[in-house]
Design a protein around this ligand. Structure first.
Ligand SMILES: CC(C)(COP(=O)(O)OP(=O)(O)OC[C@H]1O[C@@H](n2cnc3c(N)ncnc32)[C@H](O)[C@@H]1OP(=O)(O)O)[C@@H](O)C(=O)NCCC(=O)NCCS
Length: 205
């Protein structure tokens, strides 16, 4: 049998999310070398183009193992603007965790909502998940407001959950259930799908 083709793309009114390619390194580096963008992450800011190449080189094996499904977010006119992806897949429990970063110029533009709409369409409609979770540092107010305004429910605080700069930090856990997604603003976004999701992530009918 032929190996699966990594050709998944989901397109909305202004954005597309698709499988990353090696050629994305320069644009990724340009956006993620900004310390404001990576402030809340355990990685970055990128100090060299090689770091973007190394990140991209890891993704195919992570997809094959069903561990991590990161997608490039590209604006239909402007090109690459960030990354959004699903991690912590639990096939038995039909859930995963979503994470997103956008280049600084794209904050507050609605790109977060559209990118989340595309990835949640993938999660609920194509993969068959029943729950998408999200984490945010307790002090990362912008991210929490952004999640709430698109329908994610604040569920509680996970204490000393994330290590960053040698410190154990508390994070807020958010969740979006299938029925909430269907009734909320994300499912109202028109999405066109091309290609197939990587088979390791398809858990439900
Ligand atoms: C997190 C991220 C994807 C959110 O996207 P965004 O486009 O900035 O978010 P939105 O504009 O949709 O929503 C931000 C909300 O927070 C508000 N906000 C912005 N800065 C704020 C602050 N310092 N304090 C309180 N609220 C703030 C905005 O006014 C908006 O509120 P509204 O819903 O009342 O209008 C984006 O900021 C980003 O990529 N950040 C860097 C990476 C990152 O931290 N990712 C998340 C890790 S958990």
């Amino acid at each position: 049998m032929l190996p699966p083709v990594d050709d998944l793309a989901l397109t909305g009114p202004t954005l597309r999310v698709r499988i990353p390619r090696a050629e994305d390194a320069a644009a990724l580096y340009a956006e993620a070398s900004d310390p404001e963008v990576t402030r809340w992450f355990s990685w970055g800011p990128y100090a060299a183009l090689d770091e973007a190449h190394a990140y991209l080189a890891r993704l195919a094996a992570q997809r094959e193992r069903g561990e991590h499904l990161d997608l490039v977010i590209e604006h239909l006119d402007a090109g690459l603007i960030g990354i959004s992806g699903l991690s912590e897949f639990a096939a038995r429990d039909r859930r995963a965790t979503i994470g997103t970063w956008l280049g600084r110029a794209w904050w507050g533009t609605g790109a977060n909502q559209e990118a989340k709409a595309l990835v949640c369409h993938l999660a609920f409609r194509l993969l068959g998940l029943e729950r998408v979770g999200a984490y945010s540092n307790v002090e990362h107010v912008r991210s929490q407001r952004a999640l709430e305004r698109i329908g994610f429910q604040r569920e509680g605080v996970l204490r000393r959950f994330h290590r960053h700069d040698g410190r154990a930090l508390d994070v807020v856990i958010f969740g979006l259930l299938r029925a909430e997604w269907e009734a909320g603003p994300l499912a109202a976004v028109a999405v066109q799908v091309s290609g197939q999701p990587p088979p390791a992530f398809v858990v439900g009918g």
